[in-house]
Design a protein around this ligand. Structure first.
Ligand code: ATP
Length: 927
């Protein structure tokens, strides 16, 4: 099918070949048939690692191979039971590792699927959004600036459409698209102007087309093998841990060699020492670390999804915790983006509009008097512009069943008014409807010939209309932008030239509205002479007649004020960046508690006149940037970064992509964001809400702390194991643990408890501390000291228990069992200590249910090998009496209790931690 030269066919022929009516699209049944015939619209991915290979990978570790070799030798020497048990433990360890890695891999894949692209289609006569993977040949697809083309498409409509095709052709200059057939043979891809190709990007305008190729049948499919589609998912932390792992292996092996040599010198049998040494090395190497880190990251990311934040790039989870500034858009992120026009200004008169939300019920009032628009031609014109220069649609839809219905025990279907399209334009449609002016009422009288769409650079839009008397241009936009294109004003029903006094009146009315936090739009029009060329915006939008102003409220989101104060406490500065008027922005910023007394507000013009150095000087004091263009955002990010900040930046439009890419954490809007911004971002907010960013930062900090918690636990446990053996050998004692016991300790303590720490709840003061520096070492803030001190202490206590038991009973098996139980219990008590950066007394002991369960199951496993008769000879254990248990429990608790008391006493002497952090507000300071 893809062999056809689609560009040579006319749009009608293409539709006929694809058996589709371009107005109605395919039916659901046709889509289903074609999906069965052509398969999903995806490029085939490289082979992923099979579960079997993943399982076998677990045994590739050098030390595990040595252990297997040693076991084989012991088997050959007749120690069958030992050999079989060691192999069983190795396999169980392998299964544990496999399960951890498999889960990690699966959650990563699930995350990838979450950010699957969406396509806008016409099916069964209706416009809808579907997964791009579900597209079939014949589907009618619509797209606009910022969208990625979801399949290979023959164009049906193109208005000002430009597509950047560098992914396919290498040419980065966007191609202007059109719809007519191209007769030539062998046209290169870059010249197929009536086609759009999978994976290319719409930079401007809008279009509609028929899908003619999907998945591997597309031009992109043909070169799919050449495209590097595998993204590296390793985070900087994972990378550092990998390196750390290598160092730890070296240290563990070196210490093991020392243990073995010391043991042999003190008269231990060499073969027994060799097996003990290898077992110790296997136990001491934290092989589970990378998998647990991935699981902690992935589980954290799942929690973020529940809080409406979708992480697109795993490394950003780490960076999130370091964010020191959040630059946020205003409209829709800090505010609700539910606009209602409340004021109008026309011909010097300020009018009020009653009614709330999108329900088209309300009146236009002048003081206490209702205004009759039939008697006010200026106002009528203003409303006509509001409704005609508009792409939003007001509809009634069934409201989602709310909590109220549930309370009453039955769900009531409620109709509610919704806006399909831009909320700013929706508010204008509602305004028109309140006065009886609707798009359907105007159709036939004023028909649209062309549109110059809104963009955040020009901050205005206009439409060219045909009516009985000729052509009209209607424009609306930010008043300052619009006024510069106006030469006249409609004043008391007359068109008069704009004088300075009149301009000042308009400016004063605009400012008065903006100061009250209203978003203000101006309206203007002109008659377009017959024969006048209006192809470009610049030709059309000039010599306009100013009509009036519309002011709309956009209430702040309720949860944002609290989120901003949470940020403040967490040392994170919130900055508002908006295209709106300075006074509007300032008023909203004050309502939200975002702008402090001495905080500065800068506007786009001031910013444009500043050098980078001047901006750097002021940037820490600026809290609001108003009337800025997307390109300013990049400058702001760069300047903040030069000042040492870790910047999170939001965006929705195509032009925001560069700033989002440069920010340390680029954040795209899930609802209003374009594909381009989403793809450039690290985080997507599925509810567009500022509070969600703060929640994600909180999770990011929590995940990092959890990773530190289980690194502390795993490494301290390993230090404990090595220390027990090392000290015993140095002191010429017998082996305190037999090889199987060492392996068993490693198995029961490393798996579940460490995982449970990975899902631990954050400490209460997590968001009361300054952001950590991204350069911070994982062992910073005394973690390294804690690992070594607790580990050494666990080793000393285990050895003490061994020594006391041995002296008392002179029974080596008993003393070894005591040491075994002490080591396991010491680790399982210490795991609770790892939950807090202070001491075990700082947190509720049983709060983490998963941890309690993990510890209990580890205890049960330990008791099994100690008391089950068939297992005793294998694990070389004997029954312990109550007295022995007292010894075990006291010595197992000593490390944690001792350090706990030390921290409490030390903590009293030290000033509060949060007060110790210096540095300017919001600057990242290493905690
Ligand atoms: P942000 O989302 O970045 O906080 P914003 O959405 O308020 O900013 P823009 O959408 O760029 O900023 O709008 C800037 C100005 O353009 C508004 O103050 C308004 O006057 C005008 N404007 C907004 N939407 C439209 C529209 N659909 N048609 C014409 N003018 C508009």
């Amino acid at each position: 099918m893809s062999q056809r030269r689609w560009y040579q066919y006319s749009a009608e022929e293409t539709a006929a070949i694809q058996r589709v009516d371009p107005r109605k699209g395919l039916t659901a049944a046709e889509v289903q048939d074609r999906q069965a015939e052509y398969g999903p619209n995806v490029l085939s991915e490289g082979k992923s690692i099979s579960p079997l290979a993943l399982f076998l990978n677990q045994f590739k570790d050098f030390m595990v191979l040595v252990l297997m070799g040693a076991t084989l030798v012991s088997g050959l020497l007749g120690e069958y039971l030992d050999a079989i048990t060691i192999v069983a433990i190795i396999i169980m360890n392998g299964i544990l590792g496999f399960v951890q890695e498999f889960r990690a891999e699966r959650s990563l894949r699930a995350l990838k699927e979450l950010s699957a692209p969406i396509a806008k289609v016409v099916r069964d006569g209706k416009r809808m959004e579907v997964l791009a993977s579900e597209l079939v040949p014949g589907d009618i697809v619509v797209f606009e600036g910022g969208d990625r083309i979801p399949a290979d498409i023959r164009m049906l409509e193109a208005s000002g459409l430009q597509i950047e095709e560098s992914a396919l052709t290498g040419e980065s200059v966007p191609v202007h698209k059109r719809t007519d057939a191209i007769a030539d043979e062998d046209v290169p891809l870059g010249d197929m102007k009536n086609m759009a190709f999978l994976g290319t990007m719409v930079t401007k305008g809008s279009g509609k087309g028929i899908v003619i190729g999907t998945g591997m049948q597309t031009e992109m499919g043909k070169i799919a093998d050449l495209i590097q589609s595998t993204e590296t998912m390793d985070t900087p932390l994972q990378h550092r841990l990998e390196q750390l792992g290598k160092i730890l292996i070296g240290v563990a092996v070196a210490l093991t060699v020392l243990v073995v040599v010391a043991g042999i010198l003190h008269g231990q049998p060499s073969y027994g020492m060799f097996l003990a040494g290898v077992s110790l090395a296997v136990a001491a190497i934290p092989e589970g670390l990378p998998a647990i880190v991935t699981i902690a990251l992935a589980l954290g990311v799942q929690r973020m999804i529940k809080r409406k934040a979708i992480v697109r790039k795993l490394p950003s989870v780490e960076t999130l915790g370091c964010a020191s500034v959040i630059c946020s858009d205003k409209t829709g992120t800090l505010t609700q983006n539910k606009m209602t026009v409340t004021h109008l200004w026309q011909g010097g008169q300020l009018l009020e509009v009653t009614g709330q939300g999108y329900e088209p019920v309300g009146q236009i009032m002048h003081g206490k008097q209702k205004v009759d628009i039939r008697e006010n031609s200026g106002l009528r014109r203003l409303l006509q512009i509001a409704v005609s220069c508009n792409n939003a649609v007001l509809e009634q839809a069934v409201a989602p069943a709310g909590g109220e219905g549930k309370k009453q025990g039955k769900k009531k279907e409620r109709q509610e008014w919704v806006v399909n399209g831009d909320p700013t334009e929706g508010a204008l449609i509602v305004l028109g409807a309140k006065a009886g002016i609707t798009a359907s009422g105007l159709s036939g009288l004023y028909d649209r010939i062309a549109e110059f769409p809104f963009d955040s650079e020009r901050k205005m839009m206009s439409v060219l209309l045909q009516h009985q008397g000729g052509r009209l241009l209607y424009a609306k936009g930010a008043p300052d932008m619009l006024l510069s294109r106006c030469t006249h004003i409609l004043w008391e029903d007359k068109v008069i030239p704009f004088t300075d006094t009149l301009r000042q009146k308009v400016a004063a009315a605009n400012e008065a509205m903006a100061k009250n936090a209203l978003r203000v739009l101006g309206s203007a029009y002109r008659e377009v002479k017959a024969g006048e060329v209006c192809e470009q915006e610049a030709d059309a939008e000039k010599g306009l007649i100013f009509v009036g102003l519309t002011g709309m409220i956009d209430p702040p989101r309720k949860e944002v004020r609290q989120a901003i104060s949470k940020c403040k406490a967490a040392g994170i500065k919130t900055v508002m960046i908006t295209g709106d008027h300075q006074l509007t922005a300032e008023a909203i910023a004050r309502q939200l508690g975002l702008l402090p007394e001495k905080g500065l507000v800068l506007n786009g013009r001031q910013l444009a006149n500043m050098s980078d150095d001047e901006l750097d000087e002021q940037v820490d004091q600026v809290y609001v940037y108003a009337r800025v263009s997307p390109e300013h955002k990049l400058r702001i990010v760069k300047s903040l970064q030069r000042k040492g900040h870790v910047v999170a930046m939001t965006g929705d439009g195509v032009n925001d992509a560069p700033a989002i890419k440069s920010a340390d954490i680029g954040i795209a809007m899930g609802i209003t964001g374009t594909d381009v911004t989403k793809e450039a971002s690290a985080l997507v907010l599925s509810d567009d809400n500022f509070a969600t960013i703060v929640a994600a930062i909180e999770e990011g900090r929590g995940i990092y702390e959890n990773i530190r918690k289980f690194i502390r636990y795993l490494l301290a446990s390993n230090v404990g194991e090595i220390m027990t053996m090392f000290l015993a050998m140095m002191m010429g004692m017998p082996l305190p643990l037999v090889p199987i016991q060492i392996l068993w300790v490693n198995l029961v303590t490393d798996g579940l408890p460490a995982l449970a720490l990975g899902v631990d709840k954050a400490e209460d003061d997590l968001m009361k501390q300054k952001p950590r520096s991204p350069k911070e070492n994982i062992f910073a803030r005394r973690l390294g000291w804690k690992i070594i001190s607790r580990g050494v202490m666990i080793g000393i206590c285990t050895l003490a228990a061994f020594w006391i038991a041995l002296n008392e009973t002179n029974d080596l098996a008993k003393a070894q069992t005591v040491a075994f139980a002490t080591l396991v219990m010491a680790q399982l008590i210490h795991v609770f200590d790892c939950r807090s950066s202070r001491s075990i007394f700082h947190r509720k002991l049983l709060e983490n249910k998963a941890l309690v369960f993990a510890v209990l199951s580890s205890v049960v496993l330990m008791l099994c090998v100690m008391y089950l008769e068939p297992l005793q000879p294998i694990f070389k254990t004997v029954d312990l009496a109550l007295r022995d248990w007292m010894l075990v429990l006291v010595l197992a608790a000593v490390p944690t209790i001792l350090f706990g008391i030390g921290s409490v006493l030390g903590g009293r002497r030290r000033p509060k931690r949060t007060l110790r952090y210096g540095g300017p507000a919001g600057s990242p300071v290493s905690r």
